[in-house]
Every structure is written in C-alpha cells, then in structure tokens.
Design a protein around this ligand. Structure first.
Ligand code: NAD
Length: 487
C-alpha cells in the first residue's frame, strides 16, 4: 500500500494483488541430488533457508561437505564415461528440450518459489527469470546436434566433468546459464547453488529426474562456501564455471593455478549508465530506474553509476527523484510491488553500511519516500549526488538499490570517467544519435553495452566482463565454446 502525493494535489492507494502460493509444493527438508537420487548429506547436517520478505523459515536444506562433493564428482565421471559421452548429439538435444518443456509447465510454481526464497518481485520471477531460464535450455537444445556448424572445420570434444557454482541474485537463471550449454556440449555437471537461495535448483533437480536424464549427468550439491571450495579443489573436475563476487573469484583462480582445470569467472560490476543531452529524457528515466532498482539492485551489471551531461542534469535528477517517490517497496508477492526484499540480513547490512559511508564521504543522499514494511529486509531506493570518482560508493560494488550520480561536459570526459573503474561488465548509453552510440560503445571497456535500453538479456547473446568483472562469456556460441575443447 502506498500514498503517492507528488504535488499534494492527488493521492491513491493500490489494492493488494497477491500471487497465490497454494499451488506450490515446498518440502520441509531437501537432500542432495546425486546420481539421480536424493540422498542425505554424509554429515547429517542441514541449514535453514528463509523468506527475506518476512524472515520466516521456508525449509531445511542439506549441507554438503567434501565427501558429498566427491560422491557427486564420481557419479558425474561415471555418467560421463559410461552414458553421456555415448549418447548421440540429437538424443542429448531431446533431453535438454524436455527439461525446458518441464520447466515451462512448472513455471508458475518456479516463479513463486524463486520469489519466496530470494525476495525478488513476482512480476520479475514470472516475466524475466523463469522464462529466460527456460529459453536457455531451449536455445542450447538447438545447438547440441549442430556442433559442426557451431565450430566449422574443428574437432569438438566435451571437457568431461564440470563444477559449477552460482550466486543468489538470479538463482534458477544462473543455474540454466551454466547447466544448459554444459549438457549441450556433452559434459556432465556438479552444481553448487548459493546458500541463501537453493530451492529452485532443487526443484530443477526434481524436473531433471522427471525428464529421464540419465543418472549422474547432473548432480546438485547444496551448501556454503566450503562446499564450493571442495568442488573447486576436487582433482577430477575438468572445469570450474563460477559466477559470484570478485573476492571469491580471485580465491578460485589462485586455487586452480597450476592445475589443468579450465575456468570461467563471471564476477562483480559497477556499470556506467550514460545520459547524453540529446537523450529522450522520460525513457532515460525509466532506463535509470530499471538499471539500478531492478531486482533490488542485486544485479552484477546494474547501472549503478549514473553519468548525466551537464545541460540536462537538473531536469534528469528532478524527474528521477519524482519517479523514485512513486516506486512501491514491499511484499514481493504483490504484483504492484516495484522493489522487493533484500536477499538476506547480511546483504542489507552491507548496503546500509555503504549508505552510511556515502554520507560520511560528503555525498548528498536522497531516498524515495516509500514506506518500508516493518518485518523483513527492505531498503528504500537511494541516490547520491555530489559524488567524486574517488568515493568508495563510486568505486565499489554495493549490490543494492543505491545509485551514484555524476555529471560530465564532453563525451571524452564521460568515456574516461566511465572506464575509471576496476570493473568492466556493462554500460548503458542514452542518446538520439547512432554515431554517438558507435563512438561510445567502441571506447567503453565493458563486456555488454546497451543503447537506449538496459538490462536486456537473451540466450543468443554473449554476456561477460573485462578487468575485475572476470573472463569468459555465457550465452550464445561464446557460452558453448566455454564447454568444449576445439582441435
Ligand atoms: P559469492 O562470491 O559470495 O558467492 C557465490 C557462490 O560461491 C555461492 O554459491 C557461494 O556459496 C560460493 N562460494 C563462496 N565462497 C567460495 C569459495 N571459497 N570457493 C568456492 N565457492 C565459494 O557471491 P554472491 O554474494 O552469492 O553473489 C553476488 C556476486 O555475484 C556479486 O558480486 C555479483 O556482481 C556477482 N554476479 C556476477 C554475475 C556475472 O554474470 N558476472 C552474475 C550474477 C552475479
């Protein structure tokens, strides 16, 4: 519920539009998925997973240790040797297609579980995460039997057993980005989902079982960082595909140095969203809002550094503040909600610490005038003006709904400022002129550059970064090439 009253001359409340949860089946306890079966963790330990929107426990999930990881890798190796490497590419394709169809059939259930476990709004789970996750399986199902077209004149071999580790911000989607191309290329998989959002990966395990995929081709071992580390350090894994923080990415790179494991690292970001003075301003405002407040700002490529050309800065900032006052923060299951819950208590603390740091650094804070629910983890949409390049809030990834706003005079100046970051994942450009788009997009050191849009994803399009945002690409043919040896 909200009262929006920009000029004190009107106000309204929305009636709640809650998504139902009665069709959703969540077990009290989840085991590990190894060799086609749900098995107890060898330590007998389980951890709780919570709904960040109301702090209530949802379920208990198995805490896998090094012994469980070893079991999963052995199952994946056995499945690779005895079954999956002998399955014809067109059969592989059918299995992947079947998984996509089963996911689609259970899309509503998956969307609600994703929202309950992560705090993201239901409209996003329903319209973005789950359809895109299905599309990744559909897309790579199409490639599985066309490797000779994907890599002409090359002999293509799978890598073998791949270990995959995913973060909590797009739980099922990140699992799809990893599993679909790996299977299409003929590998077997051990996946370690993030500890705060393991439920949709476990639902995917059920779907994989229902699909009839041979036992051991996909194994899912839930747990914390030590579970992930056991996977990284296992000596019978041929590749590690990691998506997560730059800090952990560096640890992983050090751990596998000197081994013959392949690695791709999809890490953090601090992306520039650039508004030139000929931009369509109202569309750009929506692009700024989408860039930083989509998924509570828990987006690796979030447009968290806004650059506005000086001549239009006052009007852009004024319009942005008005728009922020209209954003609804609250129950993620309500279809009216724009910004849901922060994923965990720890992440909320990190964001609030950065907000404090921003104020101490002397930046001017403005927060949307929304009312926050009394229970659960919530953060008002926040912008900082009067920021300097050297401020920590400008340089470091906050991973929340917090935007820094800077101005610039010339295109050369903004290129220099935008590239002045340890990261290089994405960027946005808003302008009326194609020539300015070409000029900027070739000079920005960012893996993805969007023009007059933001946060658009497609399975056919490669995604990945430069510098401390990692290396390797996911999506498209590039994403497939990360799972093959080419001779
Ligand atoms: P995180 O690095 O803390 O954790 C990611 C995963 O790694 C989790 O499953 C975690 O359990 C596991 N892990 C933790 N320590 C480990 C270790 N020592 N060895 C192996 N595994 C370990 O990241 P997070 O907080 O879950 O996710 C947020 C981060 O992910 C942000 O920095 C965001 O930018 C990044 N991200 C990047 C992309 C991309 O495509 N570049 C996409 C989504 C998120």
């Amino acid at each position: 519920m909200r009262k929006s009253d920009l000029n004190n001359d009107f106000s309204w409340d929305y009636a709640p539009a809650l998504e139902g949860t009665s069709h959703v089946n969540i077990q009290k306890k989840y085991d590990l998925f190894i060799d086609g079966k749900f098995v107890r963790p060898s330590s007998g330990k389980y951890f709780d997973t919570y709904n960040p929107a109301n702090e209530e426990k949802i379920s208990e999930v198995a805490y896998g240790n090094a012994k469980d990881v070893d079991k999963a890798v052995k199952a994946a190796r056995k499945a690779y040797k005895n079954v999956w490497s002998k399955v014809s590419p067109s059969e592989r394709s059918k299995y992947i297609y079947r998984i996509a169809r089963l996911m689609q059939e259970r899309a509503r259930e998956l969307a609600v579980i994703e929202t309950l476990d992560s705090g993201k709004v239901i409209t996003e789970s329903r319209d973005v995460d789950i359809p895109l996750a299905c599309n990744h399986f559909f897309y790579y199902a199409g490639w599985a039997d066309k490797m000779e077209y994907a890599f002409p004149n090359r002999k293509v071999e799978p890598l073998g057993v791949v270990g995959q580790i995913t973060p909590w911000n797009f739980p099922l989607l990140m699992a799809a980005w990893k599993i679909a191309p790996a299977l299409a290329a003929g590998n077997t998989v051990v996946l370690k989902p993030a500890e705060t959002t393991p439920l949709t990966a476990l639902k995917l395990a059920e779907i994989i079982k229902d699909s009839g995929l041979p036992d051991g081709v996909v194994n899912i071992v839930t747990g914390y960082g030590d579970t992930g580390a056991a996977l990284v350090n296992h000596n019978d894994v041929n590749k590690i595909a990691f998506t997560g923080s730059t800090t952990v990415g560096k640890i992983i790179q050090e751990s596998i140095a000197g081994t013959d494991k392949k690695v791709t690292l999809e890490l953090g970001g601090k992306s520039a969203n650039i508004i030139l003075d000929d931009a369509p301003i109202d569309q750009a405002i929506e692009g700024i809002v989408n860039g930083i407040f989509f998924n509570q700002g828990h987006v690796c490529c979030a447009g968290s550094r806004l650059f506005v050309q000086e001549g239009i800065a006052d009007v852009v900032i004024k319009k942005l503040k008005r728009r922020m006052d209209n954003l609804i923060v609250g129950n993620p299951l309500d279809k009216n909600t724009d910004i849901g819950a922060i994923n965990s208590k720890e992440q909320l603390k990190t964001i609030n610490d950065y907000i404090k740091i921003g104020e101490e650094e002397g930046a001017q804070i403005h927060q949307g005038s929304c009312k926050l629910p009394s229970k659960g983890y919530y953060c008002a949409p926040t912008i900082f003006t009067d920021v300097a390049q050297s401020h920590r809030i400008t340089q470091e990834e906050i991973f929340g709904p917090v935007l820094t706003v800077q101005t610039f005079r010339t295109v050369d100046e903004v290129i220099q400022k935008a590239n002045n970051s340890p990261y290089g994942l994405a960027a946005g450009i808003w302008t009326d002129k194609g020539s300015r788009i070409f000029n900027l997009s070739t000079k920005l050191r960012a893996g993805v550059v969007w023009a007059n849009t933001y946060n658009k994803f497609d399975p056919t399009s490669p995604f990945g970064g430069y510098k401390e945002s990692g290396f390797g690409r996911e999506g498209g043919l590039h994403g497939l090439s990360a799972y093959v040896n080419l001779k």
